[in-house]
Ligand binder design. Structure first.
Ligand code: MN3
Length: 240
């Protein structure tokens, strides 16, 4: 039976853990290969209170990091493929040998999807402006209808996956839910923006309430970053 002292100690340890979300991680195996984990472009707590710092830290330092390590491991005996950028690799997924294709699809997808996701967050929400707003009006029924459709697609996606907005080869915006870590790059589309609906993206704060996470996420979108991506997609210079 647990003593009262034992319970008190356990409670105190728990309180300390939650009061100090910056855990010093033992570093995962270093990424030895062509792909590197980009640093988070802001502090772990930059998206508080909508996305908590501990989630951000695990998500970037563990989940994304593991994808990069696993991608490099898959490519280590494939010099020509290892020389490709991550987006080129996914666009040519059918040329990847079958023995490593699933690993490249899953871990390459993890790498590009999360790199985009970090880039477009850290903002203050609000609404898009300029050419991007006009494109949303033209192709997605306006900003409010777009948000509703996007949240609905994210809420109804079974299991793990992403909701993306792509820029098609014809230059149109399109809403595209995808399971697992599948990237629209595999279908030749460019990714404008997207939200991660894997449970690891929200479970610590929202538990099973994915719709609450989807609704809150708009508060941290940096529309200046999404606009820049739109300009690059239209100019043919967008990579990840
Ligand atoms: Mn994720």
């Amino acid at each position: 039976m647990l003593s009262r002292r034992h319970l008190f100690t356990a409670a105190a340890a728990g309180a300390t853990l939650f009061a100090a979300p910056r855990i010093a991680f033992a570093q995962a195996a270093p990424a030895t290969g062509p792909h590197i984990l980009p640093p988070l472009p802001y502090a772990f707590d930059a998206n508080e209170p909508h996305i908590d710092a501990l989630t951000m830290q695990y998500h970037h330092d563990r989940h994304h990091a593991a994808g990069v390590v696993n991608l490099n491991t898959a490519l280590k005996d494939h010099g020509q493929l290892a020389a490709l950028s991550a987006d080129a690799l996914l666009m040519r997924i059918q040329e990847v040998p079958e023995a490593i294709r699933t690993a490249v699809r899953n871990n390459g997808g993890t790498h590009v999807n999360h790199t985009m996701y970090w880039q477009i967050m850290g903002g203050k929400g609000g609404a898009p402006t300029g050419a991007l707003a006009a494109a949303i009006d033209r192709d997605l029924g306006g900003f409010e209808a777009f948000k509703t459709s996007f949240n609905r697609a994210g809420g109804s996606l079974f299991g793990s996956g992403w909701v993306f907005v792509t820029v098609t080869k014809e230059g149109k915006l399109a809403l595209l839910p995808r399971s697992n870590q599948d990237s629209p790059l595999m279908d030749g589309a460019r990714v404008l923006m997207g939200n991660d609906v894997w449970e690891h993206a929200y479970y610590l704060k929202y538990q099973n309430r994915r719709p609450d996470y989807l609704a809150a996420w708009w508060n941290v979108v940096d529309w200046s970053k999404v606009s820049a991506r739109y300009g690059q997609a239209m100019a043919g210079t967008l990579t990840i």
